[in-house]
Design a protein. Structure first.
Length: 295
């Protein structure tokens, strides 16, 4: 095996990963509540992939009701080394037409009321997030998307809104004025949590519409989005197969693998048992290295 274990979070329209060898569906429990559903794990060639559908079976969970912490936690428990998020997005730029895949590299968080951290309640950490996307993983995925036949745009700023409603026209214009390229509802706090879990994170956004900044066009229509989504999903599955081919044979270490070394501020001799138990997957490496008996 290669050392790569890619966790995949499938968004709107991508509810299963396509063909996996030796595939198994497993229900995994999380200390942070119920995940969106079971994980499916298997191989494509020498690379292990583990998949979870972000919105659950039948798309039952809105972006505001996804348990992002539990989803990242169960993928970490499954042993993934890197995390790829695949999401439907709206375009804020003329050149990013529906059907385009965007390898996002920056994020603006406009979400409210979502749990944004694994830490607190006993152990506090402050991870750096200046560059929330792993350039190495993103580069490999972009190459795989191109090989799968996608029109891929490398780089772009994603503004994450709360939803579940789409933007107002005024908001859409504001996001463009901010320099955002695409808009979606799920990348945050997902990217934040991936960083805390020491998982390099890449985000491929699949453009389904032009949002509503084009004043001459109609509002965003779900029927149109679903039509584009189906073609995007087929290409995304092909992209995963190509990703197994383009990844280096051996996974070298990433700085994100050990990001908690300098992020946890609570003295180790004050880590309560309850917090260590809750973080046994997310920060398992640190818990094992620095045990404590504090109650």
């Amino acid at each position: 095996m290669s050392g790569w274990h890619i966790g995949v979070i499938g968004g709107s329209g991508l509810y299963e990963p396509g063909a996996l060898e030796d595939a198994q569906e497993i229900a995994v429990k999380s200390a942070f509540g119920e995940p969106s559903g079971p994980i499916t794990t298997g191989r494509i060639g020498p690379v292990r992939f583990t998949f979870i559908a972000r919105h659950g079976e039948g798309h039952a969970l809105s972006p505001s009701h996804v348990n992002y912490r539990a989803n990242v936690d169960v993928l970490k428990r499954a042993g993934v080394t890197d995390l790829l998020a695949i999401s439907a997005i709206g375009s804020l730029q003329e050149e990013l037409a529906p059907g385009t895949f965007v390898a996002v590299d920056q994020l603006i968080d406009r979400t409210t009321g979502r749990e944004r951290s694994f830490f607190g309640n006993g152990i506090v950490a402050h991870v750096p997030l200046a560059d929330p996307v792993c350039p190495r993983l993103s580069g490999h995925v972009a190459k795989a998307a191109a090989k799968a036949g996608a029109k891929i745009h490398k780089g772009g700023t994603y503004v994450a809104i709360e939803g579940p409603q789409f933007s107002t026209r005024a908001e859409s214009h504001m996001y463009r004025a901010w320099g955002a390229d695409v808009v979606g509802m799920t990348a945050m706090p997902e990217a934040r949590l991936a960083r805390e879990a020491e998982l390099p994170y890449a985000l491929i956004g699949m453009v389904t519409d032009y949002d509503c900044w084009r004043d001459a066009q109609d509002d965003v229509d779900v029927t149109d989005i679903l039509r584009v989504m189906k073609g995007n999903a087929d290409t995304a599955k092909a992209m995963l197969s190509k990703l197994a081919q383009v990844l280096p044979k051996t996974r070298s270490a990433s700085p994100i693998d050990t990001i908690l070394d300098s992020a946890i501020i609570t003295p180790r001799d004050q880590w309560p048992v309850s917090a260590r138990t809750r973080l046994d997957a997310v920060a398992g490496r640190m818990i094992e290295i620095f045990p404590t008996t504090k109650e």
